[in-house]
Design a protein around this ligand. Structure first.
Ligand code: MSP
Length: 524
């Protein structure tokens, strides 16, 4: 095992509304990578959570007549139960109202204050209530007005605390240029460099308590609370043990072992400025070295018929409903197979039905069912590899052997859909192998007994491989498949341990049960 754990995080979700499939996609993506890295022999620490402060939450709570805490507790429950349902297995839970986090945010602010990185100033400007930020002329449309995306815009005069962001912009430009791995996919780095053009501005990091009380008070000026992004970004270090001793935080990981994160998984909308500008500069200003800057994995968006999902359009897709219809694994599979990491995709009823009925039920489930059924019928489920071999067998073994490195390369490079496709080559080849070898005919001819043994054995061995490679994506179904094969994933098993011959002669297969029963539904 490598000494440094693979530390993976996701964006923490706003708790002003329940989750939709965009949120589900991101968490499943991170969970698949966490599970893959474990099978890749890495110790993994997976952190996810909820972003509970800020104006949006305060407003949503006011609207329904609840306290902000009661309101976020209610919404948080929706997220927690969805992650539980979808088998998203995290090691740490980052809720920003957690006192552990508040102590670190305050200590971090104090540190920045003490080293002269924060200053107070009066400012008059236009403030977007929806985006919770002051707007500049850059945000004006061609007609000189602020566009609809900013919601209600008010002119405000306010004293606030500022962070000397502009002092570090040159450093950031250099860092991005000399670290092509900083952002995946790499073309997104240009978006960041473009955003850094022009005169750099400092960042307002406070909100007066009269305007926003639902936040973390600045430790050196309690008339202000911390700007929600400054608070939220800090979760990646506060729950990883940063300043734990100083803050009296216990039960957290050893920060020096965990940091930096190898993957902050985020959507493209929160790359600029939050994750690619504010966050690295915050870390740099706190004294983190260039080798201590985390890597950003930027995924695209799920849209619906080309449009953004939104409550007002009434096109929000509820992952709970989909998991109910297609099973949690069926939803995980669709969300991973129908998008390329870094690019957008369109949610479609037809595609999720097709992916379930044709691929999971017809391709994968049918292969398992027929493999075990035949072995039970002809050999009482007992495998005997024997000496028989031929080119058809060799071709299947070659397909399996080639699939593993192709899968590894794709998964290591965040191309989950290609990893699935690599594993699926075994599924398709094994289904074709049954069609070609016709075990039902071989069973009728006693002279073909050795060949039939070898066919049944090859199918079971192919299944050992499939059940490991698809485990990160379909954790429940592959556990069920292994139970039917009668093979458990040994403790500490790694993909590099996969080889032909893991099932001994005399191995007893289990009882066949349909893995993904076909659904009789049609797209609306
Ligand atoms: N709370 C902030 C993130 C703070 S991270 C320190 C936030 N929350 S969010 O709930 O709006 O979004 C959470 C994540 O879900 C983001 O990474 C966002 O990109 C992602 N998605 C939200 N809608 C999405 C889609 N329609 N499709 C894919 N992911 C999208 O931003």
């Amino acid at each position: 095992m490598s000494a440094k754990p693979y530390y993976i995080t996701t964006a923490i979700d706003y708790t002003n509304a329940p989750p939709h499939i965009g949120h589900a996609y991101e968490k499943v993506l991170a969970d698949v990578m966490a599970r893959f890295q474990r099978l890749n022999g890495r110790e993994v620490y997976f952190l996810t959570g909820v972003d509970q402060h800020g104006q949006k939450v305060q407003k949503s709570a006011e609207k329904v007549g609840q306290t902000p805490q009661d309101f976020v507790d209610g919404i948080t429950q929706h997220f927690v139960s969805l992650w539980d349902k979808l088998n998203v297995r995290y090691d740490g839970w980052a809720a920003t109202t957690d006192p552990t986090h508040k102590r670190v945010v305050q200590a971090m602010l104090q540190k920045l204050h003490d080293c002269g990185q924060l200053y107070k100033q009066a400012y008059t400007g236009f403030y977007s209530l929806r985006q919770e930020q002051f707007l500049t002329d850059k945000e004006r449309g061609p007609d000189g007005n602020f566009g609809e995306e900013w919601g209600e815009v008010q002119e405000l005069q306010e004293e606030n605390w500022y962070f000397r962001l502009s002092d570090h912009v040159e450093w950031l430009k250099g860092y991005i240029q000399s670290h092509p791995d900083f952002i995946y996919p790499p073309h997104r780095a240009n978006d960041v460099l473009n955003a850094l053009e022009g005169t750099p501005q400092d960042l307002c990091i406070s909100r007066p308590i009269e305007r926003l009380s639902w936040g973390i008070p600045l430790p050196f000026d309690e008339r202000f609370v911390n700007y929600v992004w400054f608070d939220a970004l800090t979760n990646y270090i506060s729950f990883a043990g940063y300043l734990a001793e100083e803050c009296g935080n216990t039960g957290l990981p050893d920060f020096s072992k965990l940091w930096p994160s190898e993957a902050h998984v985020i959507g493209k909308d929160i790359l600029v400025p939050a994750h690619a500008v504010y966050w690295p500069i915050m870390l740099h200003a706190l004294g983190f070295g260039d080798d201590q800057i985390p890597r950003l994995i930027v995924h695209g968006w799920w849209n619906v018929k080309g449009a953004k999902m939104s409550k007002s359009l009434g096109n929000v897709i509820d992952p709970n409903v989909l998991a109910g219809t297609f099973t949690p694994d069926g939803l995980r599979y669709y969300l991973m197979r129908d998008i390329a990491t870094g690019y957008d995709s369109d949610f479609s009823d037809e595609r999720i039905i097709m992916s379930y009925n044709k691929e999971l039920a017809g391709g994968l489930g049918n292969l398992l069912n027929r493999s075990i059924n035949m072995a039970q019928k002809y050999r009482a489920g007992v495998l005997t590899p024997g000496d028989y071999d031929d080119d058809v067998n060799r071709a299947l073994r070659d397909t399996v052997a080639e699939a593993v490195p192709a899968y590894m390369e794709a998964m290591n490079g965040w191309a989950i859909h290609e990893g699935i496709a690599a594993a699926w080559k075994i599924v398709s080849a094994a289904n074709a192998y049954v069609d070609n070898t016709k075990p039902f005919s071989l069973a009728k001819d006693p002279e073909q007994a050795a060949r039939l043994d070898s066919v049944l054995y090859h199918l079971a061995e192919a299944w050992v491989h499939i059940s490991v490679l698809l485990n990160p994506i379909l954790p429940t179904a592959m556990g069920v498949a292994r139970a039917q094969i009668g093979w458990e994933l040994p403790q500490g098993f790694q993909i590099s341990d996969l080889k032909w011959g893991l099932l001994a002669s005399g191995h007893q297969l289990g009882t066949p049960v349909p893995l993904f029963p076909r659904l009789e539904i049609e797209a609306e």
